[in-house]
Design a protein around this ligand. Sequence first.
Ligand SMILES: [Mg+2]
Length: 377
Amino acid sequence: MEITAVNQYDLCYELSESWSPAWKPGYEQDVHEVVLFELETDAGISGVCTASGFAGRMEYRDLAEMFLVGADPRDIGTILDRLEPLNLWGPRPWHFEVACWDILGKDAGKPVYELLGGDGDPIPAYASTGERQPVAERLSYVEDRVSEGFEAVKLRCHAADPEEDIEVARRVREAFPDLTLMMDANMGWSVPLTERNQWTFAEALAVARELEAIGNVGWLEEPLDRRNYRGLARLRERTDVPIAGGEFNNGLHHFREFVRQGSLDVLQPDAVLATGIRNATHVASMAETNGLQFAPHTWNDGLGFAANLHVLAATPARWCEYPIEPPGWTPEGRDFLLSEPIRAANGAVAPPDGPGLGVDLDWDLINDLDEDDSAVE
Ligand SMILES: [Mg+2]
C-alpha cells in the first residue's frame, strides 16, 4: 500500500456562543479552527487527522503578524517570547502518524485500540473546564456535571494572582466534598497576546500548598514552563499535590527528561499535539515502569479526541479528559467535523468502535467550510 496524495482542508466553524479560554488571556474565541489532513492510498483507503488551527493557521503570515506587529525588532528577547506560539500550532509529524493508524485500522476492519491490544470499555472521565469563572457560575457548572455522573472536575488557574481561582476551588470543595478536583495552571506554554504570564517557582509552590489544604486534588497541571524539568522536580519534592504535564511537549525525549529528572507524577502526552499514537503508548509504559500516572491530554477537535481515546483504551490510564465549557465549548462545537459528537455517559467515555479512528466525518460540512474550497495535493 502506498500513500498517493495528501489533502488539506482549512476549516473555520462558527461556534454558537463565544468563550474565553483561560490559556489565551484577552482572547475571545468565537470560531473553532481546524486543519484537516487526509492521506489517500492506492488501496482506496484514506486516513484522516487534524491539527489545531489558530488565527488562519498554515498561512503563517496572519499568525506571525498577530504576534510581531508593533514589537520592536531590536528587543530580541521580546521578539523571541512573542514568536513562541508559532512553535505550538505547526503541522507536526504526529498528525500524519495518526492518519496512518486510521488507515491501518480501516484496512484491518478494526478500531485502533484493538490493534493496540485495548478494549472498548468506557473510561472514567473528568469534566475539563476551559474558562476562569467566578464562584457562583462555577458551582452551577459543577452541579450540572455531577448530576451527569462526573466524579472529577478540572478547574483553571491562570491569573497572575491565583487567589481568585484558589477561592473558586475552595468553594467547590466545600460544596462537593467527595469530588476529585484537578487544577490546570496552563503555565507550560504561553500565548502572550497581552502580556506573558508565567508563575515564578515561589508562586507555583504557594498554589500547590493551597491545594494541599483544599484536599483530594488529583493534580496540579503545568505550574511551570513545560521545559523546566528541574523546577518541576523541585516543586514535586516540596508538595504532596501530584504535579502533571506534557500536553505540548513535542516528542518522546521530553518525557524521558520528565522521568529522568523526576519532574512529574502524571504524564500527559497528547497523541496529536505531543507524541503521536505509538509514542503515547511508549509514554504509558514509561509511566507504568516508573510508578507514575498516565492521563493523556485530549483538548482537541473531535478527531483529535478520538485519537486520544484509542490511546486511553489501550493503556492503564486512570482518567479521560472530557473538555466541556458550555455554552461556548460544547460537544457539538468541539466535534463539529464528526457526523455525531463524542459524548460522555455516566461520567465515562467509550472509545469509538468503528474501523480505524472509528468516527465518521461530516464531509458535506467539511467541503462547505473548506476555505479555499479546493484540496491541496
Ligand atoms: Mg492542560
